[in-house]
Design a binder for this molecule. Structure first.
Ligand code: SAH
Length: 490
C-alpha cells in the first residue's frame, strides 16, 4: 500500500488570497483535508478531497486534540495524502507542533507549510505595523488564554517591562483579567491599545483606545473571537495607515467596477447592492412621443442600455439632439454610435442654460423613480417636458445588503449614488428591525452623496451628508472622499 503523508498547512488569517501557493497546490492534491471553523468556505472551493471539519467551538469540542492527532495518523496510515489546514501559521499557538509529534511517533512522514500569521497580519491589515522605526523595535506575542497546569505561566511583570509591541492572541474571553494583570505589573493605563476582530475577513473591525478603556469598548461594541489585542505606541499609526471601509450600494451590474475603483483610491470596498434594476415595457406610443420631441435626455448609462436594446429607437435617435447627464451616460451613448452633449451642471438650471434657444420640447428617457427636481425646474421655465420610464429601481433583496446593515457600525464611509440607494438602505434596515443602529452608524460614518438630488433625499431621510463631488460621477465622489482622508490629522 502506498505510504501516506501529513502536511501541516497554514491557511493565513482568513482571506483566501493570503494563502500560499504551496497550500493551494497541496489542497488540490490531497485525499483528505482536516480543517477548522476559522476558515473562509472559499478556501476550500473546487477541492476534491474528503473534507473533515475538526473545528472546535469554545467549550464544546467537536474533536479534542488527541482525537485530531489520531485521525491524522489513521488517515495517513490508510495511504492518504492528508492536509491538516490550520488558521494563520501552524506552529504559532496552533498546536501544529503536537500534531507533528504525533506523526513522528507513529513514523508517518509529515511536512509543515508556514502560513501568514494573524499575529502580524491582523494588525497590519488594520493599519498597525507591529514594529516601526522610532516607535517599536520588538514584538512579543503571547496567549491570552493560558490553560492552568498545561501552559507555562506568563510572567506579566516581565511582559509589562518589555516596551515594544505586545500582541495577545486568544484574548477575548479573558480580556479584562489580562489587561488588569498588565496594569498591575506596571504598564501605564494610558498605553495605546487596539483590538482587531476577524482580520482579513470582509467583516474585519478595529477598535482603538488605551489599556484603561479598551476592554470596556470591546464589550460595548461586542468584539468577538477571533480577535487580537495589540498594546503599544504602534497603535497610534492606525488612523494614518488604516484603509477606510466604503459601502458600495450600487446595483449588481456596477459593483465589480466600482469596487475596483474604490480600491484604486485606497479604500476597502464592501459590495452590498441596495437596489436592482427592473426593465419596464416601452410604451406603444414611444415613437410618436420621440418624434414629437426636439431633444432627448438620458440620465444614466442604465437608461441608455435599456432604451437602445430597441433598434428602431437607435435610428430615430440619430436625428435628435441628445443630452447626457454625466460622462458615463455620454460614454454609453457613444457605445451605440450616438453623439451627445453633457451640461456643465447636472441640474434643471444647467439643462435650461444648455437647451436655451435650441429646443422647447424635451423627452426624458430614464428611471421610473427619476427625480422630479430636474423636470419640474424645466417646466417652470416654460419648456414642454415628457418623461418615459424605462426601468424601475427595486429593492435588491441581496443578502450582502443585510450583512452590511448588520455590521454597519464597522463601515467608515457610505457612498450613495442615487436617492433610491438611500431610501432602500433605510427601508431594509427598518424591515430587519435595526433602523436605529443603522442611523447611529450613519452618524458615526462619513456620508457621501453623488449629486444634489441624492443629497436632498438624504436630507429628507434625516441623514447628514458630509461630502458631495463637483462632478456627478462615482469616481469624482471617490476623489472627494480620498481628499477628505488626506486632510491633516489633528
Ligand atoms: N495559528 C494562528 C493562531 C491560532 S490561535 C495564527 O498564526 O494566526 C487563535 C487566535 O488567533 C484567535 O483567538 C485570535 O486571537 C487569533 N486570530 C486568528 N485569526 C484571526 C483573525 N483573522 N483576526 C484576528 N485574530 C485572529
Amino acid at each position: 500500500m502506498a505510504i501516506g503523508k501529513v502536511y501541516l498547512v497554514g491557511a493565513g488569517p482568513g482571506d483566501p488570497e493570503l494563502m500560499t501557493i504551496k497550500s493551494k497546490r497541496l489542497l488540490m492534491e490531497a485525499d483528505v483535508v482536516l480543517f477548522d471553523r476559522l476558515l473562509d468556505p472559499k478556501a476550500l472551493e473546487g477541492i476534491k478531497a474528503e473534507l473533515i471539519d475538526v473545528g472546535k467551538n469554545a467549550g464544546r469540542h467537536k474533536l479534542n486534540q488527541e482525537g485530531i492527532n489520531q485521525l491524522l495518523v489513521k488517515k495517513a496510515e490508510e495511504g492518504n495524502v492528508v492536509v491538516r489546514l490550520k488558521g494563520g501559521d501552524p506552529y504559532l499557538f496552533g498546536r501544529g507542533g503536537e500534531e507533528a509529534i504525533a506523526c513522528r511517533e507513529k513514523g508517518i512522514p509529515f511536512e509543515v507549510v508556514p502560513g501568514v500569521t494573524s499575529a502580524i497580519a491582523a494588525p497590519e491589515l488594520a493599519g498597525i505595523p507591529v514594529t516601526h522605526r522610532g516607535v517599536a523595535s520588538s514584538l512579543t506575542i503571547v496567549t491570552g488564554h493560558e490553560e492552568p497546569g498545561k501552559d507555562t505561566p506568563l510572567d506579566w511583570k516581565a511582559i509589562a517591562s518589555l516596551g515594544g509591541t505586545l500582541v495577545v492572541l486568544m484574548g477575548v474571553s479573558r480580556l479584562e483579567q489580562n489587561i488588569n494583570a498588565l496594569i498591575e505589573a506596571g504598564k501605564s493605563p494610558q498605553t495605546p491599545a487596539a483590538m482587531v476582530e476577524k482580520g482579513g475577513w470582509p467583516e474585519q473591525r478595529t477598535i482603538t483606545g488605551t489599556l484603561a478603556n479598551i476592554a470596556e469598548k470591546a464589550r460595548s461594541l461586542k468584539i468577538e473571537s477571533p480577535a487580537i489585542l495589540i498594546v503599544g505606541d504602534v497603535v497610534r499609526l492606525e488612523p494614518i495607515l488604516a484603509h477606510k471601509k466604503i459601502a458600495i450600494l450600487r446595483p449588481e451590474g456596477q459593483q465589480a467596477e466600482s469596487a475596483r475603483l474604490a480600491e484604486l483610491y485606497g479604500f476597502l470596498a464592501i459590495m452590498a447592492p441596495a437596489i436592482a434594476i427592473q426593465e419596464k415595457a416601452l410604451p406603444g406610443d414611444l415613437m410618436e412621443r420621440l418624434n414629437d420631441a426636439e431633444c432627448v435626455v438620458f440620465t444614466s448609462a442604465n437608461g441608455v442600455k435599456t432604451a437602445l436594446e430597441n433598434k428602431s429607437l437607435q435610428s430615430a435617435l440619430a436625428e435628435k439632439k441628445i443630452v447626457a447627464i454625466g460622462p458615463k451616460t455620454e460614454l454609453a451613448l457613444a457605445g451605440y454610435g450616438l453623439k451627445s452633449d453633457v451640461p456643465l451642471e447636472y441640474s434643471s438650471a444647467g439643462l435650461e442654460t444648455m437647451l436655451k434657444g435650441q429646443c422647447r420640447r424635451i423627452l426624458f428617457l430614464r428611471s421610473a423613480q427619476g427625480s422630479q427636481y430636474l423636470t419640474e425646474g424645466l417646466r417652470a421655465a416654460g419648456l414642454q417636458v415628457d418623461d418615459i420610464p424605462l426601468y424601475e429601481v427595486v429593492n435588491s433583496g441581496d443578502p450582502r445588503l443585510d450583512e452590511l446593515i448588520k455590521r454597519a457600525r464597522s463601515v467608515d464611509i457610505f457612498a450613495f449614488t442615487s436617492s433610491s440607494t438611500a431610501r432602500n438602505l433605510i427601508e431594509r434596515a427598518k424591515a430587519l428591525g435595526v433602523e436605529s443602529s443603522l442611523r447611529q452608524a450613519l452618524r458615526d460614518a462619513t456620508v457621501a452623496a453623488i449629486g444634489k438630488p441624492t443629497r436632498e433625499e438624504l436630507d429628507r431621510l434625516g441623514v447628514r451628508v458630509d461630502t458631495m463631488p463637483e462632478k456627478f460621477t462615482f469616481e469624482a465622489m471617490l476623489q472627494a472622499l480620498a481628499k477628505r482622508e488626506q486632510e491633516p490629522l489633528e
